[in-house]
Design a binder for this molecule. Structure first.
Ligand code: GLA
Length: 383
């Protein structure tokens, strides 16, 4: 049974009638452009065919009541009394909060939620949740929906309500994803341009099964080092520094901020070149850029891990693999690989066994399709 059917059926049995709306918001994998979003740089993620689903209907009493099929804690609060909560509930309250901040109309609703974006794996389950929630609020009391603005609000739920400092990439792609395409996002102007995936290739997500603690502090430390480097060059963000200027002016800059800056500046270049490679239908060139991105994240940005490096090495050893790298924030979670379509089946098998043989961990492997961003479905509900 699809998740859409599952939330629909659960809604029906809980509330005695079919839902009025079903909303869906996807997770994402980033092809290239890592740790560039908070430097006003370029990213190239795609939305994947793994989603958060919510089946819902309006309530007249300004309460939000939501049951998750994945988490035990139920949600039940009034739009007129928002208080901080724990875990996933905090995101739901945060969604109500940010819409209030923005003076958007808010009505109560009730529903059932389920998802298949693995949590904590670096595939943006939280951005998917944020966008699905905003769409649910919108469904019961619509306003003029602007996907870019909604991504900005979703990021503020994360930054200002939940208190996690992240860039804008995850929310932008979950909001604005286009089927069959990655999105080149300029994280300064927020212009988003669909770029077709090279024909005859598949994007494979390789979950190392490892999750790192203290990721937030390491992330914030990188953000601070990038700011330090940008301040040293007297520019608003590392987006404004070229590789030539970085090399020429590095003498007064400490080693660590220099290395972090070298990753960001070179990654921005690689991302734009990756777009050219995709438009030219050249998966080999795209693969080389993906590989260079991994080396830079490992050596200059230092956000990879033993398991991510091993996964990438095993992937690169397989026939038909154009390129592989860690994806997302790093320190654990997922790698991704660009693989020739005809070789995918063998690739999945070989990487799975190879990684398990060396680590004792069975990895989760997802062959992904680029999917569309958040949407509401109301008249196509399955039985
Ligand atoms: C996390 C953040 C994103 C981005 C990536 C690294 O996924 O949520 O905003 O910074 O790390 O590219």
């Amino acid at each position: 049974m699809s998740l859409q059917q599952h939330v629909t059926n659960e809604f029906h049995s809980r509330f005695g009638e079919p839902p009025t709306y079903v909303v869906r918001a996807p997770g994402r994998v980033n092809l290239i452009g890592e740790h560039t979003d908070y430097n006003d740089g370029f990213v190239l993620p795609m939305a994947i065919d793994r989603d958060i689903w919510i089946a819902l209907r309006r309530r007249a009493d300004r309460r939000i009541v939501l049951h998750s099929l994945d988490f035990a804690e139920p949600v039940d609060f009034s739009l007129d009394a928002l208080v901080h909560a724990e875990g996933w509930v905090e995101y739901v309250v945060g969604g109500a909060w940010i819409l209030g901040e923005g003076d958007f109309p808010r009505e109560g609703w009730e529903g059932v939620l389920a998802g298949d974006v693995p949590v904590g794996a670096g595939l943006s389950s939280s951005a998917a949740l944020e966008l699905a929630l905003l769409k649910a609020f919108w469904a019961v009391s619509p306003w003029a929906w602007d996907g870019t603005l909604m991504a900005q609000l979703a990021r503020r739920i994360e930054n200002e309500w939940v208190g996690v400092q992240t860039g804008i990439m995850d929310q932008m792609i979950s909001s604005l994803g286009v089927a069959g395409h990655a999105l080149l996002i300029d994280c300064r102007s927020l212009e988003a341009t669909p770029v077709p995936l090279p024909a005859g290739t598949r994007v494979v997500v390789l979950d190392t099964g490892t999750r790192r603690g203290l990721v937030d502090s390491a992330y914030n430390e990188r953000v601070a080092q990038c700011r330090e480097a940008a301040a040293y060059f007297g520019v608003p963000a590392l987006r404004d520094v070229s590789l030539a200027a970085l090399e020429a002016g590095k003498d007064g800059l400490d080693q660590l901020p220099f290395l972090r800056a070298r990753h960001v500046v070179s990654e921005n270049e690689r991302t734009l070149r990756a777009v050219d490679a995709m438009r030219a239908g050249d998966p080999a060139a795209l693969g080389r850029l993906i590989n260079a991105s991994h080396r830079s994240l490992r050596d200059d940005y230092e956000v990879s891990s033993k398991e991510l490096d091993l996964m990438v090495e095993i992937a690169l050893g397989q026939a038909g693999c154009y390129g592989a790298r860690m994806t997302g924030g790093g320190f654990g979670g997922c790698a991704m690989a660009l693989v020739e379509e005809g070789a995918v089946e063998r690739f999945v098998e070989a990487v799975g066994t190879g990684y398990e043989d060396q680590t004792g961990i069975t990895p989760s492997v997802y062959v992904c399709r680029a999917s569309a961003g958040v949407e509401v479905l109301s008249d196509t509900l399955p039985e």
